[in-house]
Design a protein around this ligand. Sequence first.
Ligand code: IVH
Length: 735
Amino acid sequence: MSEKPVESLSEGEAAEELKRLAAEIAEHDRRYHTEDAPTISDAEYDALARRNLAIEERFPDLVREDSPSRRVGAPPAEGFAKVRHAVPMLSLAKAYTDQDVADFIERGRRFFDRDKDLDIAFTAEPKIDGLSASLRYENGVFVQGATRGDGTVGEDITANLKTIADIPKKLQGSGWPEIIEIRGEVYMTYAEFEALKQRSAAVGGQDYVNPRNTAAGSLRQKDPSVTASRNLKFFAYAWGYTTADPAPTQYDSVQKFKEWGFKVSPLMVRAKSIDELIAHYHRIEEQRSSLGYDIDGVVYKVDQLELQRRWGFVTGEPRWAIAHKFPAEQAMTTVERIDIQVGRTGTLAPVARLAPVTVGGVVVENVTLHNEDYIKGFDSNGQPIRDGIDVRIGDTVVIQRAGDVIPQIVSVVIDKRPANAVPYEFPHTCPVCGSPATREINEKTGKEDSRRRCTGEMICAAQAVERLRHFVSRGALDIEGLGAENIDLFFNSGLVKTAADIFTLKDRRPAVMRALAERREEQAKLREEASGKTRKNVRSVEERNYEGLDKLFAAIDARREPELDRFIFALGIRHIGETTAAVLARQFSTIEELIRVGKEMAKAENPHSVFPSINGIGDTVINALRDFFGNERNDDVLDALLAQVHPKPYVVEISAGSEVSGKTVVFTGSLEKMTRSEAKAMAERLGAKVAGSVSAKTDLVVAGPGAGSKLKVASDLGIEVIDEDTWLQRIGRGG
Ligand code: IVH
């Protein structure tokens, strides 16, 4: 995005951009607050918010109803009870420079200027990078705890907050107000974060991105014992509704919190002048990397509560407080290598391996280079791309970690570039399997995809697990008892490398049992660790596995003659979903015929001279078929599979005798015994026409649970409506 300076925006452009920014920021808010999965750094987010503000300042009449400057955070996630905060939970205005801080103080002086001798004091304390929570105490007893949510309504996470040791269930000492909502930050230490990551890695569990998101995820657990196992921490720094001020000043109030049993930041001070505030900012900044948890700035607050009240609020923010953010930390290092990682969908992702360097207390050794164009700095049309950077092996680079943990390259120090450094040549073959790696043309935009992708499909080890999971999934072979978890296990223990191996598992029974037993042991051990209890005597592993295994092998055998459309879908050819697979099955009738045409296409100059014109099949699919079947490396895998599995030829059984032949049928609501595409294919095989919406031409509506407006239209038009079971009986498949 090329950004026009705010000063040169026309009113029309400004309105357009405010609209775009409102939508974009709302989306980032949602990702951050509701999903705990931000996709941009804090610095990038702040830049968006600042631009929005700058435009609004220039065009105050254009401030939108849904402007990000008018709201805080994102609405609460579904799942927990909602709590309306008695006093809204606010966010903080931000300062990025010493000048911003000076302006803040100046605004205060001007506001109180009738009172020239007024002595404004401030507090300064770290801004903890966690999640804020509000804890309600009635007569000293913790009764309810909530997340911030959108600032007005949060989620009731009382049970989870009760597991946090830093949060007293009962206030200690004396002198607490009858009712008070204590507010503060829940966070996770680096040590705890690392320990969790290791526990997870040991069992092949999920990866955790950073302590903040992990703390957020931990707080949203349905099961409080999971939250408990995460050892979250809490600092108290503010309050909401209260029946009495804790003390006359901010500083003394927080000291009271300490007496009542809370942890408060040891780095909070009281200061009189801007110089003292800035000095403390730098002291905290110096200690940042040794604190053991993330902070992203220093918060200054007016100390006297009386003055806080007088100065008041703007929408969503107190006027009397500001967060002085730390600049994103930067460091210089060199690029030692550029490696290509192959993702599960075959994408080639370049990663720069760096000479290790500490940035913001974390050692950084890798940084993503995104894609081929990013490294060159321009796209395939020679257009410079945003943030693109010509990085070469041997280059000295400046890297940055913003508030989030993901590091990025900011710039290349060209003066330090070695004389022999050459532009990086992005490989055109997959480093894992050697297949060609290509960039697709997006049919709609005509543009080349920025990602290069391995065409090795079936033979590429990097893609293997994902493909195997797909192979057994519901719309594909749908093998009962063989879900993603078992596939992972069999793949990791070397028992299943390609789909054909699934069908020979039976011949390797002892090895399969060993793998299952090992996993069971591991899981039991983990549960023991988590609960602190030792295991009761369970049935012996062998006893349980025998039954389960026989069932699994029987389920696998039951799938040796799958429907052709399922089989085609199961192959996981790019762009071939269930519907397209069904169309192909109907067109080609046997897998052998489809393979033959695919191979012919690969040899032909123009695929269209070989491939018949079929309604609903465009170039994307045709090219995908040609690439897949034309890739000789897929031959062995496919041959091995077809030695085990014999897809049923697709027989078009248009029986004029069928009750539904010639009728127009509409399916609506959810079907329980088959997928939508299966139902459609089945109806068509019997000579029915399947339509997407109900009209006067409709003869029959098959309605499952959740059917909506179509049902009403049908009854208005007097069209017959039946349920799934009746439908199955009518077409002779009923049980
Ligand atoms: S005071 C009335 N103090 O920053 C002001 N907030 O951007 C209420 N935060 O939602 C907030 N450390 O999650 C305050 N020492 C601190 C803080 C702090 C972190 C967070 C808090 C708040 C956000 C505002």
